[in-house]
Design a protein around this ligand. Structure first.
Ligand code: ATP
Ligand code: MG
Length: 419
């Protein structure tokens, strides 16, 4: 018996409607906000993530699924969506399209992590990326899009936390301050953070190790080091959120897990699913396109983890829409009436009505039992007399009521009754 790989999950036929609901909701939000779908390969040249996500991040350091292909090239399964979309943008010359370019994706992502609730090795993200605008309106719109996605799913108890991590200029000053602060504590930190101390002290604030979190607790705050432009930008974003009454708190410890962020960063966090509480994270990454060899264009986006959202919804009893079921089950008594049932089901399906028939040579009684199990909303039995009269006895399962319906009127009857 071969099992599913550790840290991955199957989606079973009686669960997939929840996924479809989340994905449809994501697509609906994308439509409302005018984000167009993009799809990128499941694997990319390893260098894309090294350059795009950053060498000092956990994702690149510890979590990537990297392999040599048969041609000896180093490839990596995408650990996140943004780098691939940025590559797509540059490679396809989208910089010459009207700005901003607003995109979204729904994609699997792969990270070699320690699997636990809400933390998998293959997981899925709904993300959006907007290229070409540096205005606070765009930051605010991206945050509203994420918030509206969570609202549409009727998710409650998720808190929005925002921060600004400034630009290269203010971060230079801030990194110096961080170095001064962390210098006497280097010995107390994990090995990774010791490297980060030299290369990118900001990353230390994102470390998940308790000892590093303790040391980082009283670190200087980035918001005290923002340059005038970054300060103004952050105030602009905040006032747009304030004007709509969107609640948030400023959390100066949010730096996000990936290196490419600048200015606005944000997370939607729940306290209902344990340590893996961040259901959606995002931010501005004005330096990424240039870093990947493209034009210097600002960009911003978010990614929401679908498994974590599902977990949260299940844990807090958020209602899902009903699982889909056939509108009608048509049972057949003997060979002739089974053939009629088969044909009627095909006709209905051709008109857009979901219909089911027997596949197992079951007795009529067993067929009706099955129809009930699969949740068919109507049931009709065809036998000799129905074949003769062309009239079916159609039972509405919700209230047990019956109606005589002419075979050729079955479609319009079902349409009328299925309200
Ligand atoms: P975390 O701090 O929880 O490790 P992250 O900062 O690494 O998250 P991002 O790279 O920002 O996460 O990914 C965006 C979203 O994708 C997260 O907010 C989360 O909902 C989801 N996500 C990230 N890693 C995983 C994973 N291993 N399993 C399931 N979902 C994940
Ligand atoms: Mg992570």
């Amino acid at each position: 018996m071969i099992n599913v790989p550790k840290g991955t999950k199957d989606v079973l036929p009686n669960q997939s409607y929840k996924w479809q609901y989340l994905e449809e909701t994501a697509r609906e939000v994308a439509r409302l906000y005018n984000y167009k779908e993009v799809r990128t390969p499941a694997f990319e040249h390893t260098e894309l993530f090294q350059r795009g996500v950053g060498e000092t991040t956990d994702v690149v350091n510890k979590e990537m699924y990297t392999f040599l292909d048969k041609g000896g090239r180093s490839m990596t399964l995408k650990p996140e969506g943004t780098a691939g979309v940025a590559r797509l943008f540059i490679e396809n010359g989208l910089a010459s399209s009207p700005m901003p370019v607003k995109t979204f994706y729904i994609t699997p992502a792969f990270r070699y992590e320690n699997p636990q609730a809400g933390r998998l090795r293959e997981f899925h993200q709904f993300g959006i990326e907007v290229f070409g605008s540096s205005s606070p309106e765009t930051d605010a719109e991206v945050i509203f899009a994420a918030s509206s996605f969570l609202n549409k799913l009727k998710i409650k108890g998720v808190k929005l936390e925002i921060n600004s991590i400034g630009c290269r200029i203010c971060r230079n000053e801030y990194n110096k301050a961080l170095k001064n602060y962390f210098a006497p504590h280097v010995e107390e930190m994990c090995n990774n953070c010791r490297t980060r101390f030299d290369k990118n002290p900001l990353r230390i604030l994102d470390c998940k190790e308790e000892k590093c979190k303790t040391v980082a607790k009283n670190a200087p705050k980035i918001t005290d080091y923002l340059c005038d432009d970054c300060k103004k930008h952050f105030e602009g974003v905040r006032s747009l959120l304030d004007a709509q009454g969107l609640e948030y708190s400023v959390n100066s410890n949010i730096v996000r897990g990936l290196d490419y962020y600048s200015r606005t960063v944000f997370e939607f966090v729940s306290t209902e699913i344990g340590a893996q509480g961040t259901v959606c994270g995002g931010g501005r990454y004005d330096g990424l396109l240039e870093q990947l060899g493209g034009n210097s264009l600002p960009a911003i986006g978010f990614a929401a983890g679908i498994e974590r959202l599902l977990l949260l919804m299940e844990n807090t009893g958020v209602p899902f829409p009903e699982e889909t079921a056939p509108l009608i089950y048509i049972a057949g008594m003997d060979e002739k009436s089974r053939a009629q049932a088969f044909k009627t089901a095909l006709d209905l399906r051709g008109k857009g009505v979901s219909a089911e028939v027997d596949h197992m040579q079951r007795s009529v009684k067993a067929q009706l039992k099955y129809a009930d199990k699969i949740g068919a909303k109507f049931v009709a039995v065809i036998g000799e007399s129905e074949l003769e009269s062309g009239v079916l006895n159609v039972k509405k399962m919700s209230d047990g009521s019956c109606a005589s319906v002419k075979l050729e009127e079955l479609y319009s009857y079902l349409l009328k009754e299925d309200k």
